[in-house]
Write a protein that binds this ligand. Sequence first.
Ligand code: 9MG
Length: 281
Amino acid sequence: MKNILKCGRFDLDLSAGAPPQVMGILNVTPDSFSDGGHFASLEAALSHAEQMLAAGVDIIDIGGESSRPGAPAVSLEAELVRIMPVLYALRDCGKPLSVDTCKPEVMREALAAGADMINDIRGFQEEGALAAVKDSDCGLCIMHMQNLPRTMQAAPHYTDVVAEVIQFLRQRVDTLMAGGIDRARLSIDPGFGFGKTLAHNLALIQNLQRIADSVGLPLLAGVSRKNMIGEITGQPQGRRMAGSVAAALACAVNGARLLRVHDVAETIDALAVWRALGPDA
Ligand code: 9MG
């Protein structure tokens, strides 16, 4: 059966037999560019986007607020100044544009400027978030997080991480649908590293298909360059590409239909090799 995610101007085929969609990460935060100047950041972001497009990215996720553990909060104005020029410049790039934000005002501005998807690590729980996306036709990614980025890695605790993530995602889906959002616009995400230990993250990877089936929606996985990759490989941030590609592939094998990654070209190659081995690989 076809499983289409309605995503603004685009319909994404997330059916089981179709190749997983690769979402390229485009961070427009001072820590993602070396000199921090605004014009230089824009230029660097656009050049990075061009590289991802040339590599065959399926969707670009633009973010102006870092969600790293302990990262400082960013004001509404600063977030808009970072992402809006990038969104305008990429609007006609031919691929869906996602905006990674928790702020309803940013959601509204981004959608008015042509964003196709909103990726909210808080699962649209902020007051006004549902209303901000309701009357558009954008896709939504609902992510699970325990606590908030400042404190989430202090002492993550679950009795049953898989069951609790499923329960949260089901509740958010029910709330969003009760609020008038079409189910065809929804995707879910267990939120790797967001209030999770390595053991929690591994349990989630092993159970991705169960999570997707239990909630009944396509699942997005974001493991790229995260601490869990460093914990397994012993590698620092700048040397986690191979581990990230391997983890993304494991997520795809286990049922993820969208992969949020930094290393677009390498992930696409890995997926191509896996898919060449046939449906049972
Ligand atoms: C913004 N962001 C950082 N990590 C993420 C992840 O794992 N999933 C989603 N949906 N967004 C993320």
